[in-house]
Design a binder for this molecule. Sequence first.
Ligand code: 13P
Length: 248
Amino acid sequence: MRKTIVAGNWKMNASKETVNSLIEGILSGMNEVSSEVIVCAPFPYLSQVESLINNSKLMLGAQNLNINPAGAFTGEVSADMIKDFGAQHVIVGHSERRSLYGETNAIVAEKTKAAIGAGLTPLLCVGESLEDRESGKTEAIVEEQINAVIDLIGIEAFDQVIIAYEPVWAIGTGLTASPEQAQTVHLFIRNLLANSSEKIAKRTPILYGGSMNAANAADLISCSDIDGGLIGGAALKAEDFLQICKAG
Ligand code: 13P
């Protein structure tokens, strides 16, 4: 039985003040939550969140990492640095990084490898654009994105990976994939993993992301291959986020 996981991706939204109130709000409702809950904070706030979630079951993640362990990479942050602040997770391959910062499937695979190498659990994001979907390429795109990672790290390493299916057309648009649309792609991803290892396919959590909110979370998470959510906008309000966490 896979656990339900709900992860908040705050993207580039935070201040010391909002981080305090958001984390306090989430913590105040955590005793009613059985899902695993992760908050992915911008780098400057990792330390603050680390202190605030001390002794709670809330977990911390980052939103990006550099593939190198250390060195002359001005402005970059390594997996070990992220771990140093108590984070256990890191988002890799988010569509915003793929489209705005030129992250290719090969780079995303290297980032996944670097995260696992440092003992972090990558939240590996995949998903098609509207154009891909409309031209019938959803499965081909997702397959390429996942295969690039399997080819580099091997299927066994997926025991340390959480996949997030995030259709680009649903991110921040208020357009959510229907439970049927999402379940179809989630099952496709699970079958793709099963081609290499049925055991790993059964164990790998596959989260849905893209305008998931308090109103639609339960219907999505109740699908057999949807194991939780990666939440953007609705993760910035404690009440909404908690409701999604409770839907799992
Ligand atoms: P929204 O929930 O704001 O659509 O964002 C989803 C997302 O990109 C999470 O990584």
